[in-house]
Write a protein that binds this ligand. Structure first.
Ligand SMILES: C[S@@+](CC[C@H](N)C(=O)[O-])C[C@H]1O[C@@H](n2cnc3c(N)ncnc32)[C@H](O)[C@@H]1O
Ligand SMILES: *[C@@H]1O[C@H](CO)[C@@H](O)[C@H](O)[C@H]1NC(C)=O
Length: 246
């Protein structure tokens, strides 16, 4: 009870500090501004994140080839592709379909396409992962999501769409920041920052228990590990990493 009151109080203090952003938000200025500026922020954050997480990403994507179709080709759909920060980790010859609801990422994505000639980006769709109707059912070998399920409106609906577009035996790869352990300091601070964080960082939730959505989705196999990203004190430190097979 005391902890809850303290959380509410500190949460309010953080909201007061972020008052200018809330004001712009109520005036309807913040959201379009955020959609424009967020890609610039992500371009910087990604450099730092990939530096700290490249070993984890390399390890996670090391068995992508196992899910190539019988012809040997690998068709990969990336949801919330953002700046295209994962292209460098994909195997040569990989065919990529990118989706992101924010068209302002395209400029940054194009740069990553140019820097990674070993992969072929076939299509870029402006679409939320909750609605991938432009992608036929059972048409891709692999779906990838990194730091996206924190920001989607409905993780449950995204899981349904991922399962629809994957071919039987295909895999969903994920690397996501999640809620800290119960009673941890991390979860305590996540709960304090959460409402302001959502407002500032384009709908990113700090304390989602994303593993529950993956467990409930109905994959035939789920390889999921809880890890701590090497980001000291950061509220996005707890991560889940792994893949799920349709
Ligand atoms: C923190 S960024 C991560 C970008 C990229 N996946 C990476 O790892 O560098 C979150 C991304 O999710 C996208 N996003 C937000 N809502 C989404 C939704 N409903 N469906 C798919 N992507 C979404 C944002 O536009 C943004 O590109
Ligand atoms: C990105 O590349 C595509 C395909 O080459 C092109 O049509 C589009 O105009 C480019 N977008 C930006 C913002 O550079």
């Amino acid at each position: 009870m005391e902890a809850t009151c303290l959380v509410v109080l500190l949460r309010f203090c953080v909201q007061i500090l972020a008052f200018p952003a809330y004001l712009l938000w109520y005036l309807g200025i913040w959201e379009p501004l955020c959609k424009k500026l967020f890609p610039y922020l992500m371009a910087v954050v990604t450099i730092c994140y990939n530096k700290h997480m490249s070993d984890k990403k390399k390890e996670m994507f090391s068995n992508l080839k196992d899910f190539a179709s019988p012809t040997g080709a690998l068709t990969l759909l990336e949801i919330g592709a953002g700046t295209g920060s994962n292209f460098q980790f994909y195997p040569a010859g990989c065919k990529i379909i990118c989706t992101d609801p924010n068209p302002n990422f395209q400029k940054f994505l194009n740069k990553s396409v140019a820097e990674n000639p070993h992969v072929q980006v076939e299509r870029c769709l402006v679409a939320p992962a909750e609605d991938l109707h432009q992608v036929p059912a059972a048409s891709v070998d692999v779906v990838v999501s990194t730091l996206v399920l924190c920001s989607v409106k409905s993780p449950e609906q995204v899981m349904k769409e991922v399962l629809r577009v994957l071919r039987p035996g295909g895999a969903f790869y994920f690397l996501e920041h999640v809620a800290g352990a119960p009673s941890s300091w991390t979860l305590f601070w996540q709960q304090i920052y959460d409402p302001t964080w959502i407002c500032l960082f384009d709908g990113c939730h700090l304390a989602r228990e994303t593993w529950n959505d993956l467990e409930k989705a109905g994959f035939s196999e789920l390889k999921l590990r809880h890890i701590h990203a090497p980001l000291k004190w950061h509220p996005t430190r707890p991560h889940i990493i792994g893949y799920a097979v349709k």
